[in-house]
Write a protein that binds this ligand. Structure first.
Ligand code: AMP
Length: 209
């Protein structure tokens, strides 16, 4: 199964991707996570992406396409994958189409206010990558990862200022993908304001149809 998840920041792409990966036994490709790893390692690529990410913009199509092109060749993608955060522009979608034939594109939609509220309450585990939310999915012990006990951190771009910019970037550059994939007949939309379990159920029902 080759799947794309589209949605504005904090729509729930990462949370749903983690669940779907487990359900279908396919690879999770988060371009945001891959870029954050490069930033943490201080690579040339990471240094190039760092300020763009912190300001809520998009790194260049060329750069991100090259990363994805390499990633999907890896063995763990043989059974399929979920692309979480890619494509984010129509240019990226067109390139992706040259690389693979997608089965489905899931669009997790929610109003801007909901996403902004969630985004500033989001926490994640720097060790195992688990995602939490102080409002909707709190850790059992505040600030500590349920899964591995590591202290939770907040993403540098999950501030109200960067968050607003990222939501605007989504509207300007990524929302046209809804129309793009809609016309290809492979898109289905899920209401991202529902409870997390209900969103997962709705996605699986849509994919297994
Ligand atoms: P995410 O974790 O998906 O919210 O991504 C974090 C940041 O990484 C985004 O705000 C962008 O700056 C950058 N990024 C991730 N994926 C892409 C992409 N497909 N195209 C351009 N920039 C991206």
């Amino acid at each position: 199964m080759k799947l794309v998840l589209i949605g504005a920041p904090a729509a729930g792409k990462g949370t749903q991707a983690a669940r779907l990966v487990e359900h279908y036994g396919i690879a999770h490709i988060s371009t945001g996570d891959m870029l954050r790893e490069e930033v943490a390692k201080g690579t040339e690529l990471g240094n190039e992406a760092k300020s763009i990410m912190a300001a809520g913009g998009l790194v260049s199509d060329e750069l991100i396409i090259a990363i994805v092109q390499e990633r999907i060749k890896k063995d763990d993608c043989a059974k399929g994958f979920i692309l979480d955060g890619f494509p984010r522009t129509v240019v990226q979608a067109e390139k992706l189409e040259e690389m693979v034939k997608l089965d489905h594109v899931v669009y997790i939609s929610a109003p801007d206010e909901v996403m902004l509220e969630r985004l500033t309450a989001r926490e994640s585990c720097p060790k195992c990558g688990a995602i939490y939310n102080k409002l909707s999915l709190p850790a059992k012990v505040a600030g500590i990862c349920d899964k591995c006990g590591e202290g939770l951190t907040q993403r540098k771009d999950d501030t109200p200022e960067a968050g607003k910019k990222r939501i605007q970037t989504f509207h300007d550059q990524s929302e046209p993908l809804v129309d793009y994939y809609g016309k290809k007949g492979i898109l289905f939309e899920v209401d991202g304001t529902q409870a997390i379990d209900d969103i997962t159920k709705a996605i699986i029902a849509g994919l297994d149809k």
